[in-house]
Design a protein around this ligand. Structure first.
Ligand code: NAD
Ligand code: ZN
Length: 253
């Protein structure tokens, strides 16, 4: 097995604490079939984020987002958690996890059984009218796209927006506070599938490090913060997490 010694060391780190926090990014969902933003097959190679995912462009013309959503996001309505998501779900059931902090907007951690999930960038499963506040299920809005782009709310507004953060919007304050609190009290932070270049999300691992947590990175590519990690796996998340959690389960008996 690649990284055999490191997997054992990782398992021992997990076994030494029940105060673990996982911090995840788009890489963990790549194995569920959702492309990441950056990197080889990244979404931004094909679409211009300023046009399709910035709040200014949304206010100018919400069709910019909805055309992108119809072509791109509609493919991912039925995605399933990856083996890495499931391994993190298993860590919670083993009583070792304080929670998951994610930059993802796909809801896959909840589908993997995690109950304490802090979503720093919101979630696309709910769509809200910015004028009257009415909430729609994403599937229903995708149906509406067959009749009109942009979709129109019952109140007549064209500003139906997914409950996820667009470029130019602040992070939800409550989620940010919860993330800072979790990062400050964990003994071990496991960072999975994040390029650590999107702020302020990328500062969360630094808070954990400063508070004295041990740090593990599982990411295909190097990040600007690799030197804060005690253990680094430049691997696919599903090539590391299921094995390590299995080992913890066996050793922990
Ligand atoms: P990112 O696209 O900037 O970086 C993804 C990282 O994951 C890369 O560094 C890459 O090396 C790594 N990676 C790719 N495949 C991997 C795998 N199989 N295993 C482990 N690592 C892998 O993503 P980010 O850091 O999350 O930040 C960008 C933004 O992307 C966030 O704001 C997030 O909201 C958004 N996003 C979310 C989704 C989603 O919800 N699934 C998808 C795309 C982007
Ligand atoms: Zn409305």
């Amino acid at each position: 097995m690649v990284y055999r010694k490191e997997i054992q060391q990782f398992a021992d780190m997990i076994l030494s604490t029940d105060k673990i926090v996982a911090f995840t990014g788009a890489g963990i969902s790549a194995e569920s079939g959702i492309p990441t933003f950056r990197g080889e097959d990244g979404i931004w190679k094909k679409y211009d984020p300023e046009k399709v995912a910035s709040i200014n462009s949304f206010y100018e013309n919400p069709a910019n987002y909805w055309e992108f959503a119809r072509e791109f996001e509609s493919k991912f309505l039925d995605v399933k958690p990856s083996p890495a998501h499931l391994a993190i779900g298993r860590l919670e059931r083993m009583g070792r996890l304080l929670g998951v902090i994610t930059q993802n907007v796909d809801g896959l951690h909840q589908k993997a059984g995690n109950t304490n999930v802090v979503e720093l960038h919101g979630n696309t499963s709910v769509v809200k009218c910015l004028d009257c506040g009415k909430e729609y299920r994403r599937e229903d809005v995708f149906q509406m796209l067959n009749d009109a782009i942009p979709p129109v709310c019952e109140c007549g507004s064209v500003y139906l927006k997914p409950d996820a953060i667009f470029f130019g919007e602040p992070l939800p304050q409550k989620a940010l506070n919860q993330a800072i609190e979790l990062a400050g009290k964990c003994d071990l932070m496991i960072v999975v599938g994040s390029s650590l270049v999107v702020y302020p999300a990328a500062e969360i691992p630094l808070i954990a490090k400063r508070s004295g947590a041990s740090m593990v990175l599982i990411n295909l590519d190097a990040t600007p913060y690799d030197d804060i990690f005690d253990l680094r796996f430049y691997s696919r998340a599903s090539d590391v997490l299921p094995d390590v959690v299995e080992m913890v389960d066996r050793k922990g008996l």
